[in-house]
Design a protein around this ligand. Structure first.
Ligand code: NAP
Length: 289
């Protein structure tokens, strides 16, 4: 069993670290707000450390699941960051959704110390993290992927190597691009259904088995109709993800007209105070009209 450290015990990281511990690994956690690390240790055992560097000292594998680009750079490479404290031959796995550029920076910093690095963003949301059934899209060398696979399989049902450093993050960008337009389409459809006074229970029962079916329709259709958004994947995280997609598209030249439009809609929702609501709250913009 490996000596594993996990940095960032948020909605995602807390249960992901729990699955690694439940598989029998020796887990040390770090969280910026120490109370969460103390709660995690009280629930799962193991230890907590006062900094990423202290958590990484002596670890075989260090994972992070924090926020945006600056957050990952801080826990991995900042003062008291993990990678400079890791031993040669160890492995760093970043599960945050960040830019491919940050993935490249971590890979270069790791390579200069003999530390393997994988960018391994996840999809599947809070429920996927809690039941250990995430999809994990991985960038990095084949050897590092093989070394990290037993750890990633603790919380991932589908763990797929996409290519070298940055390819995991690019795959996650595709995931978010596909979701953005889809949720807007679902919002328009359900808002139309309500305007037409259709029986939405009967409607969802009928069309969620047909060609319009989607994860969003099955898991969010009912709560969208009920105007419930106090859970799930936050609008502000989606704004970050779409910003990353649009920046990458600026480099590779792929047009993203719908994604750009929907990113603006999410900005509106956030400015109106809905930044923590689930991304399916897009339908709220249509209702007010
Ligand atoms: P979250 O609940 O807000 O938790 C964020 C975690 O990162 C907290 O532990 C926070 O510490 C820590 N953190 C943030 N900035 C930090 C910094 N500069 N230094 C040290 N620690 C820092 O977020 P989450 O929902 O778990 O998401 C984490 C990552 O997974 C994000 O990149 C997100 O896009 C991605 N993701 C989320 C979902 C989802 O459904 N939630 C799904 C797929 C991917 P504190 O406790 O001190 O604030």
């Amino acid at each position: 069993m490996a000596k594993v450290s996990f940095l960032g015990l948020g909605v995602m990281g807390y249960p992901m670290a729990g699955h690694i511990s439940a598989a029998g690994h020796d887990v040390t956690v770090f969280n910026r707000t120490a109370a969460k690390a103390e709660a995690w240790v009280a629930q799962h055992g193991g230890a907590h450390a006062p900094s990423p560097a202290a958590a990484a000292d002596g670890a075989d594998v260090v994972l992070s699941c924090v926020g945006d680009d600056p957050d990952v750079l801080q826990v991995a490479l900042g003062p008291d960051g993990a990678i400079p404290a890791m031993r040669s031959g160890a492995l760093y796995i970043d599960n945050s959704t960040v830019s491919a550029d940050v993935a490249g920076q971590l890979a270069a910093a790791g390579a200069s110390r003999g530390v393997g690095v994988l960018d391994a963003p996840v999809s599947g949301g809070q429920a996927g993290a809690e039941n250990g059934k995430l999809t994990v899209m991985v960038g990095g060398s084949e050897a590092d992927f093989a070394a990290g696979l037993p750890i990633m399989e603790c919380y991932g049902a589908r763990v797929v190597r996409m290519g070298p450093a940055g390819k995991g993050q690019q795959a996650k960008m595709v995931n978010q691009i596909c979701i953005a337009g889809l949720v807007q389409g679902l919002s328009e459809g359900l808002n139309f259904a309500m305007a037409a006074d259709l029986d939405t229970d009967a409607l969802l029962g009928a069309i969620s088995g047909g060609a319009a079916q989607s994860w969003q329709m099955v898991n969010r259709g009912q709560t969208m109709v009920e105007d419930k958004f106090d859970f799930g994947f936050a609008v502000d995280w989606m704004r970050k993800d779409l910003r990353i997609c649009l920046e990458e598209a600026g480099r590779n030249g792929a047009p993203l007209p719908v994604t750009e439009l929907v990113a603006g809609y999410y900005d509106e929702l956030s400015a109106a105070g809905g930044g923590r609501s689930d991304t399916s709250s897009l339908i709220r913009r249509l209702r007010k009209g």
